[in-house]
Ligand binder design. Structure first.
Ligand code: GLN
Length: 276
């Protein structure tokens, strides 16, 4: 049965989403917390409740209870401090969640830990949970600066342009089915398919292949800090919409009621002009 607009509106007012925020005190660089606030506010302005549960070391993580998962960025030290707990206590649930199309956003250090491993500049290997087909190799030179990329998502063109701030020493490369790193030009098509988007400004995954982040089912990994979602509100809505669609079995063309965002729209238009 296709629901009428009014029915959906009424349902939204009773809608409740639950978000798991993984390792908040370890993975919260450059304002990553702003992503949570952004999701909460944008839900609240539509009368949708977004409950946020902080889940950290030793906490039990029952992924089936959640509609959204967020894991921010952190330096090598923080990654090392939590990776054992991630592997031992969260990995099975998190892999199941991601592989069944659960909505997730993860930034930089968190993003790296969803791959096969992270190798620090001094050669120390930190295994990840191996759910995204990628590895990260750190180098001594850091990739720092503003980042803009075009995401391959069913959004209006202007909203597909994403902004963020990157600061990482890790270079991320995708892996093919045999576990070989994709680095060559011949592999651009596969890289483009696995990536979150194509870099317009900045470095992205590795500063060489021109792509940024990873998009697998409804899981998004990105190097964009700073905070990412307040700068890209249409993508914040995309995450909320996908979570609502999954939980309440809404039609594929369901959209959230628009918000008044004149200042933000004007700022983004100015940024786009500067970019051109
Ligand atoms: N330790 C990682 C790196 O430097 C992640 C840094 C971050 O999250 N900004 O590559």
């Amino acid at each position: 049965k296709v629901k009428k607009k009014r029915e959906i509106q009424m349902e939204l007012e009773q809608a409740k989403l639950k978000l798991a925020w993984l390792y908040p005190e370890y993975l919260n660089l450059y304002g990553d917390q702003g992503n949570i606030i952004c999701l909460q506010k944008r839900a609240e302005w539509r009368h949708i409740t977004l409950q946020v549960d902080k889940i950290s070391l030793q906490d039990e993580f029952k992924a089936a209870a959640y509609d959204l998962v967020f894991m921010g960025g952190g330096q090598d030290q923080e990654q090392a401090a939590l990776h054992q707990d991630l592997l031992e206590n969260k990995a099975t649930e998190l892999r199941k969640y991601i592989r069944s199309g659960g909505v997730m956003l993860t930034i930089c250090g968190g993003y790296q830990l969803l791959g096969k491993y992270y190798k620090s500049a001094d050669g120390k290997l930190t295994p990840g949970i191996d759910v995204l087909p990628l590895v990260t190799l750190a180098q001594s030179r850091r990739l720092i600066g503003n980042l803009a990329f075009v995401a391959d998502l069913p959004l209006p063109e202007a909203d597909r342009l994403m902004y963020g701030f990157e600061n990482h020493s890790g270079l991320t490369y995708f892996l093919d089915e045999r576990g070989e790193m994709l680095r060559g030009e011949k592999e651009t098509e596969t890289i483009a398919r696995l990536a979150f988007g194509r870099v317009i400004k900045g470095n992205g995954n590795n500063g060489a292949d021109g792509y940024e982040g990873c998009h697998y089912l409804n899981c998004f990994g990105t190097y964009a800090h700073g905070s990412f979602l307040p700068k890209n509100p249409a993508f914040a809505d995309y995450l909320l919409t996908t979570a609502l669609q999954k939980k309440y079995k809404l039609a594929a063309d369901f959209t959230l009621p628009p918000l008044q965002e004149n200042i933000l729209t004007a700022l983004r238009a100015q940024l786009q002009q500067l970019q051109a």
